[in-house]
Unconditional design. Structure first.
Length: 288
């Protein structure tokens, strides 16, 4: 088995604003075939943020040899999902995801209510033959009552309704070995996100090692304040053991794609994703 290599469109968010059609063409020229759509206001545009009808979007993708294989949406609330699911079914995407959720970690009732909403979203997706998934950052690995929030999310949601997209970079930045997460949740893991951490970075890899206090509530202000743009590098050029992650994910029964994502770069966005694609070609167990 080999993981198909995709790209998260958040990596080229500024390019998409300036020239959406040209950006898609550039991604195809760089060798990308599989796209995960980035966050956009699904209440205004139930699609993938291009302002095109599903028929028009499908035709554009087909012309370029591209496909949408997942989408982070906002808002993701169950009551607003129907038009989103209609659109994505028409363009052939079967996976809808929540990119992150912030909540007070010292409020277990709030967490349970959040997970109930995730379960309901999962039910709506399952009824259509689709999958709802949750994408992590580092804050889900803060401990609450002896367990990480990630573990509690998995416990309070139904395994056949809420699936997981593991961001290995953010797990590593929480001091967690991503391979342990892949192995523990291999039956719920459906997508892998991959970034990279630069050699010689000024920040420690583990954000809980002096950057973020693991005992305090991590709200958006705390979360955003820890996101040093210099702590990212083009994927395959840094120090993370990406081949080990690929090898582990290839043993997980439902993981079909590894999705590259560049939060920040010193390069032009399109040049950055081209560098990542070229660097990624050195890994085995992948399919371009």
């Amino acid at each position: 088995m080999s993981l198909k290599v995709g790209i998260q469109l958040y990596s080229v968010r500024n390019s998409l604003k300036q020239d959406p059609g040209g950006t898609l063409e550039a991604l195809a020229e760089a060798g990308y075939r599989y796209l995960e759509a980035a966050n956009h206001n699904a209440a205004e545009d139930p699609g993938v943020g291009f302002g095109l009808s599903a028929k028009e979007m499908k035709a554009r993708l087909d012309d370029l040899g591209l496909s949408i294989i997942g989408s982070h949406i906002f808002p993701w609330k169950p009551e607003s999902l129907d038009p989103v699911l209609d659109y994505h079914q028409e363009i052939g995407n079967t996976r809808i995801g929540c990119a992150m959720e912030f909540f007070p970690y010292n409020d277990l009732d709030h967490l349970r209510r959040l997970c109930d909403a995730f379960n309901r979203a999962g039910e709506l997706c399952k009824e259509r033959g689709m999958q709802f998934y949750y994408h992590n950052h580092y804050h889900e690995f803060q401990k609450f009552g002896g367990k990480t929030v990630y573990e509690l999310l998995a416990e309070y949601t139904e395994a056949d309704l809420v699936f997981l997209e593991l961001d290995t970079y953010w797990a590593a930045r929480a001091g967690v070995n991503p391979i342990d997460i892949i192995e523990k949740y291999q039956d719920r893991l459906i997508l892998l996100h991959q970034k990279d951490f630069p050699e010689g970075a000024s920040d420690p890899l583990n954000l809980f090692d002096g950057i973020v206090d693991p005992e305090r509530n991590i709200d958006f202000e705390v979360f955003a304040g820890a996101g040093n743009p210099k702590s990212f590098t083009e994927i395959g050029t840094g120090v993370l053991p990406i081949q080990d992650y690929i090898d582990a994910a290839n043993k997980a029964p439902q993981v079909e794609y590894i999705i590259l994502e560049q939060d920040h770069t010193r390069l032009d966005e399109l040049e950055s994703v081209r560098v990542s694609m070229e660097a990624f070609k050195r890994f085995s167990g992948i399919a371009l």
